[in-house]
Design a protein around this ligand. Structure first.
Ligand SMILES: [Zn+2]
Length: 253
């Protein structure tokens, strides 16, 4: 099939994006994944910095940022404003809007990418293939039930490069932590909505629940939700360690 024909298709959401000549044929979609606190947001901001320093234009996107503001915030204190990606957002339209304002988009950085819909990941792949946008996604692979998040699943299926973030997060026992346990009132919870965002605070200490839509939590005032990284053995056993009750994992140090 002739790609020029595709480009002229008015139903193509990218049809108003000018193709950039003199560049490589396609961008790349990269997915960096790891458990909470492994430094994904810090890496995201470092990559943004590296690209911006070379004069490239980027957009930062995030879903359910822990700060409650549309920004990418790392736990070591660096923060940058970002566009909140809600469930209905067509990321191609977002890029097209930027483009029609004469602002190029060379790369996208997406934090909390596990919360993307599968369709939004498809849109990212389309942006990479058709208009050479480089896409960097950062997220958690599996949810509190140890199942792949929909966004992460689609990224594993489509990404050109998949990389575990190298900073190792430890379970309380010292083993490598790979699972994010949802903890309510000091107990590991294994059922409920996939997405339930808790604010773990700048210092990693436990904080009250921040529930985007409040579903399935009729009495939010009395419920404290937090997440704790565990090794597989202790995730399966629901064992939060000797002094887990009411404390964030960093307080163990
Ligand atoms: Zn363990």
């Amino acid at each position: 099939m002739d790609s020029a024909v595709l480009a002229d298709d008015p139903t193509d959401a990218l049809s108003s994006l000018p193709r950039r000549s003199g560049r490589r044929a396609a961008g790349q979609v990269r997915f960096f994944y790891g458990p909470m606190d492994c430094g994904k947001s810090t890496l995201a901001l470092q990559i943004d910095h590296n690209h911006a320093r070379q004069g490239r234009e980027g957009m930062l996107l995030v879903r359910h940022d822990r700060s409650g503001q549309p920004k990418i915030s790392s736990r070591i204190g660096i923060t940058r404003g970002a566009v909140e990606v809600n469930e209905d957002l067509d990321i191609r339209e977002l890029v097209r809007g930027r483009w029609s304002a004469s602002r190029p988009v060379d790369y996208l950085i997406v934090d909390e990418a596990q919360f993307l819909t599968a369709s939004q990941v498809d849109q990212l792949a389309e942006l990479a293939d058709d208009v050479q946008v480089d896409v960097y996604c950062f997220g958690i692979a599996t949810d509190f039930q140890s199942r792949l998040f929909p966004g992460s699943r689609r990224l594993f299926e489509l990404a050109d490069l998949i990389q575990a973030v190298q900073v190792e997060v430890l379970c309380w026992c010292g083993s490598s932590g790979r699972f994010n346990a949802r903890v309510v009132d000091g107990r590991v919870i294994r059922a409920g909505d996939t997405v339930l965002v808790a604010d773990t605070g700048q210092d990693g200490a436990s904080a009250g629940a921040a529930v985007p839509d409040g579903r399935d939590l009729p009495d939010q005032e009395s419920v404290t939700v937090r997440y704790q990284v565990l090794c597989r053995r202790h995730f399966r056993a629901g064992d939060l360690g000797p002094i887990a009750t009411g404390q964030g994992q960093l307080s163990l140090a």
